[in-house]
Structure formats: C-alpha cells, structure tokens
Design a protein around this ligand. Structure first.
Ligand code: GDP
Length: 294
C-alpha cells in the first residue's frame, strides 16, 4: 500500500536531510520533489497545488527554518497536511436501531458486492443484524455471488428471482426486513462499466423512493483519477454520505485516497484491504498519513 508515494516522499526528505544547512532555496527544492512525488502518485492537480501551497507556507516559516531539526519539522508538516487533506471523517453510520438502510453504488468491478458482505460483517461485529439485498439485476452473477457471501457471514440475502425492477426489489426487501430478523438492509445496486445517465437515473430513483440512511459509493483505488472523477459524478446525482475505497492493498500510488475528499467534499469512510469478508477498515486519515510516511 502506497509504496510508490512513500518512496517519492522519502526521496524528497532525504535530499533535504543531506544538505548541511537548510536554506530557502534547498527547502524549495525539497518541496518541488514532494510535488513531483504527489504527481507521480496520481494525486489530482488541484489537490497537489493546494497541498504544496499549504506545506510551503508552513515550511518556509520561522518554525521550520530556525528549527534545529528542520527535516523532522518538514515531515511533521507534511503529516499534518495529509491528515487535513483526507479528513475529517465522521465514523458514525447514523443508523436507527429500529431499522435502517445503507445503499451501495459504484461501477462494475469496483468491489461493490464484496463490500456489501464486508460491511455486513462490520455491522454484525457492532451488534446489528444486517441483511443483503440483491438489487444488482444487471450482472446475473452478482445475485449468486451475494448469496454465497451472505452464507459466509451468516446474514440473510433478499433475492427475487426473475425480477427486472430494482426499485421493486428494494421496496419488497425493506418490507421483509423484520420477518428476516434484520435491522439494517444493505442494498447492492447495479453498476455499469462507465458512468452513464441510465445508471444515475436508476440510482436516483431508488434513493428517492427508499430514502436510505446512508449512501456510499464504492470505488476502486487502483483506478486513480478515474475513481475521483466517478465519485464527483455520483455525488452530483445522489448526494453521497461517504466513499468506500477498495483494493487499497494493491494501490502503490495513493492518488485516489489523497484526492477524493478535497475534490468531492465527500469523506472516505472505509477502505477495502483484501478480498476476504473481514478486509474492511474504517478510514482514519492519521493512520493513513502515518503509513504513507512510514
Ligand atoms: P462489483 O462488480 O462492484 O460488485 O465487484 P466485486 O465485488 O465482484 O469485486 C470485483 C473483484 O474485486 C473481485 O475479484 C473481488 O474479490 C475484488 N475485490 C473487492 N474488494 C477488494 C479489495 O479491497 N482488495 C482486493 N485485493 N480485491 C478486492
């Protein structure tokens, strides 16, 4: 996770640490290397610009230039600004004990179905009784996949064989929730290969009718800037409560993790760190910043 970004930032810090005396010019050179590392990590350009401006303001100030350990100070500033860039995150899911709905949406292959089960497991560990709702009628295998995952975590899966209207499936599922012994419905909605109007209209209709307590977008971290762009498009159509960034275990660059909040205003709530149903973590900007800086 983040190996490439980590290596780039270290190169910048090492270059500075190698200078005998810290001057404004070698600090500027260090910041240029930080900027290069962020760009190579596929961080959005406006994010890089804002980040470097903030870090420069701090780094060229008295606190750093007069400090006895300037590179350490620079590291602290980069850490603080990374945390500010990715946060704050409200980890409360705002669920009602009487019955709640979480809607998951995202492009095909983003990890949505897997994440439905991971989230189910996360909720079980916190005393909730989740059920999974097979509302992805676009991809025939998704229903079976969800059933297998539901069995794995021991959660009921609501399926309507032969259904064609996901709205009807969601509405019926919520009616069945008490009978199935559940108090949180996790809706696995349809994805497409690309953001398109038909998909957005369908999701917006489900959102309007069902009024989920939380709407999360599942995005694949490995797709970098595309992940950020799709988050922006979904947020315009749906008003997201959070992003779930999957496949972070395979993401050496970290561009999506660093850009999503700044570009969309929507915080990352969870990260997917593997294929297993327990590979879901709450997103804590401080922990991620620490991982990035080693
Ligand atoms: P969907 O089309 O959005 O429902 O995507 P799936 O849930 O079917 O996931 C697509 C692929 O990504 C599957 O092979 C999953 O096992 C894999 N996957 C999902 N989340 C993660 C993750 O956090 N890490 C890794 N390494 N693989 C993941």
């Amino acid at each position: 996770m983040f190996e490439k970004l980590q290596a780039g930032l270290y190169e910048a810090i090492r270059t500075l640490a190698g200078q005998g005396k810290l001057t404004e010019s070698n600090m500027r050179e260090g910041l240029r290397l930080v900027q290069q590392a962020l760009l190579e990590a596929d961080v959005s350009l406006p994010v890089v610009k804002a980040f470097i401006e903030k870090v420069s303001q701090e780094a060229l100030g008295e606190r750093v230039m007069r400090s006895l350990r300037p590179t350490q100070q620079l590291l602290t500033i980069v850490y603080e600004q990374l945390v500010a860039l990715m946060g704050p995150v409200d980890h409360d899911l705002h669920l009602k004990p009487s019955g709640s709905t979480i809607m998951l949406c995202g492009l095909q292959g983003s990890g949505k179905t897997t994440t439905a089960a991971k989230l189910g497991r996360y909720l079980q560990q916190r005393g909730y009784k989740p059920m999974l709702v097979a509302a992805d009628l676009q991809r025939p295998a998704a229903i079976e996949q969800l059933q297998i995952l539901g069995e794995k975590i021991g959660a009921p899966v609501y399926v309507e064989k032969g259904a064609t209207d996901p709205l009807v499936v969601c509405r019926n599922a919520l009616r069945q929730m008490p009978a199935l012994g559940a108090n949180v419905a996790i809706l696995d909605t349809a994805g497409r290969l690309h953001v398109d109007q038909a998909l957005m209209n369908q999701l917006a209709a489900i959102d309007r009718l069902i009024q989920p307590d939380q709407v999360y977008l599942v995005v694949d971290a490995m797709t970098g800037q595309d992940a950020v762009n799709s988050a922006r498009a979904f947020h315009e159509a749906l008003t997201l409560n959070g992003v779930i960034l999957t496949k972070l275990d395979g993401d050496a660059r970290g561009g999506a993790a660093l850009s999503v909040k700044y570009v969309t205003g929507v915080p990352i709530k969870f990260i997917g760190t593997g294929e297993g149903t327990d590979a879901l973590e709450e997103f804590h900007p401080e922990r991620i910043a620490s991982r990035i800086l080693g």
